[in-house]
Design a protein around this ligand. Structure first.
Ligand code: NDP
Ligand code: 2IT
Length: 444
């Protein structure tokens, strides 16, 4: 395999899909060596089979707003690869959603899920529906209309969706209610459900907590204590909120959060009471992060991103390509020692190059944010066994999984000078697992 040739082929075959090309371009050069050690992979054309989704469903979603006006949106589900288990991955509701974004996410999810130690393939879905400013009833009707098409493609042993940007507990519950009505079964298809009907404890916290657990593992390799470290977090949704919760518990000082309008800088640090304000603001009133700055009298930068603020650790937790090469240079110049990605592909290729060149601790999302899908996997297990585990049990399992992901990264990513390239480690570990499963199952 020549990484460049495969990439050119994919660009010709799927033009105008820059995020998908970016995700593939990040992986291929790092797995080239491992791939080429196995001539049988090349004969089986494993690489094209791994990069191109098994299938993609796209459908029109028609829904009615509170004034009686009828709207259409596009809905999609990408079933990328099920070599190691049922397709598994979130659903995103955001105005920017298109095939390029969902294909990048489904491709990454396949590697991420392989790292979790649990039997899950990779998938992703979503809609260009914009949930901002919609009433609860409109969200419900949209979720029901979306599921009216999606339900025939999913199931507990085939494809298990969950949340992502714009899809949290409220949306998963509406989606699940409609799924159940249509499929006439109660098997738990969809994870991130309410705790009363099959949801797992710790699932809401899992991505943020998991990212901090992974960060702790990285810091340990350099004997660095997280206590007192200044941390810049971006986003203010599900992932960001529970990242901050865990960081406060561990005695770190979180100074930033953001949303799509701008960021706040709180030099005093965000404490538990302020975090509760953010959770109410974002999850109940669905307000803007600017209101935090107005309430607590701190700095707010309209249209800005937090990376210019001095910090020891940066945890991008909003969206793809939110941290570019210049941001990376600024972070490094300000003494940043670690970057761990809560979001999927938040760092641009230029930013990643800067981090690796500087040899700081840098964890790509497919390793660092795998805690979310891992606890989704644990939710599937609990549903199948028709029982539920305690908080402590799930949290312990999550810690164990994040530790295992860190081990896999160091196993495959440690360079001759001792530096751990977590990008390479995660990609090679994930790739080898999926590749072996595909080879064993024949040409499909
Ligand atoms: P939420 O919808 O809960 O929050 C998203 C946050 O990111 C909001 O603060 C939102 O601001 C901000 N944001 C979204 N799009 C943009 C944009 N284009 N520019 C700037 N800010 C933006 O989503 P999650 O917290 O669940 O997801 C955050 C990231 O984590 C995503 O990359 C997701 O794929 C990833 N992830 C999520 C997992 C999960 O379990 N939920 C698991 C693993 C990864 P605003 O409200 O203004 O839109
Ligand atoms: O990107 C992700 O890993 C998620 N949005 C969570 C997927 C899941 O199935 O829990």
């Amino acid at each position: 395999m020549k990484a460049n040739e495969i990439l050119d082929l994919l660009k010709r075959r799927f033009p105008n899909e820059p995020e998908y090309h970016q995700a593939v371009a990040e992986v291929l050069p790092t797995i080239e060596e491992a791939y080429n050690e196995h001539p049988e992979f090349e004969k089986a054309n494993l690489i094209e089979r791994l990069c191109i989704s098994d299938r993609i469903f796209s459908f029109r979603v028609t829904w009615t707003d509170d004034k009686g006006q009828v709207h259409t949106n596009m809905g999609y589900r990408i079933q990328h690869n099920n070599a190691i288990g049922p397709y598994k991955g979130g659903i995103r509701f955001h105005a920017s959603v298109n095939l390029s974004i969902l294909k990048f996410l489904a491709f990454e999810q396949t590697f991420k899920n392989a790292l979790t130690t649990l039997p899950m393939g990779g998938g992703k879905g979503g809609s260009d529906f914009n949930p901002k400013g919609k009433s609860n009833a409109e969200i419900m009707r949209f979720c029901q209309a979306f599921m009216l098409e999606l339900w025939r493609h999913i199931g507990p042993e085939t494809d298990v969706p969950a949340g992502d940007i714009g899809v949290g507990g409220r949306e998963v519950s509406f989606l699940y209610g409609m799924y159940k009505k249509l499929a006439r079964e109660n098997t738990g298809t969809l994870t991130g459900k309410g705790i009363e009907f099959g949801g797992s404890l710790i699932r809401p916290e899992a991505t943020g907590y998991g990212n901090v657990y992974f960060l702790l593992q990285m810091l340990e390799t350099r004997n660095i204590d997280i206590k007192g470290k200044v941390v810049a977090v971006s986003g203010s949704g599900n992932v960001a909120q529970y990242t901050v919760e865990k960081l406060i518990e561990l005695g770190a000082k979180v100074v930033t959060l953001s949303d799509s309008n701008g960021y706040i800088y709180d030099s005093e640090g965000i404490d538990s009471e302020k975090l509760q304000y953010i959770m109410d603001l974002k999850n109940l009133y669905r307000g803007r992060i600017r209101e935090y700055a107005e309430h607590y009298g701190c700095k707010y930068v309209e249209g800005g991103r937090p990376w210019g603020e001095k910090c020891d650790i940066a945890l991008p937790s909003a969206t793809q390509n939110e941290l570019n090469g210049d941001d990376a240079k600024t972070l490094l110049a300000n003494g940043c020692i670690a970057v761990s990605e809560g979001a999927n592909m938040p760092s641009t290729p230029e930013a990643i190059d800067e981090f690796l060149k500087a040899k700081i601790l840098y964890a790509p999302g497919k390793a660092a944010n795998a805690g979310g899908v891992s606890v989704s996997g644990l939710e599937m297990t609990q549903n199948a066994m028709k029982l539920s585990w305690s908080r402590e049990e799930v949290d312990e399992k999550l810690k164990g999984i994040m530790r295992s992901i860190h081990e896999q990264c160091t196993k495959y990513g440690t360079q001759s000078d001792g530096y751990v390239n977590y990008v390479k480690g995660a990609n090679v570990a994930g790739f080898m697992k999926v590749a072996k499963a595909m080879m064993a199952q024949g040409i499909l």
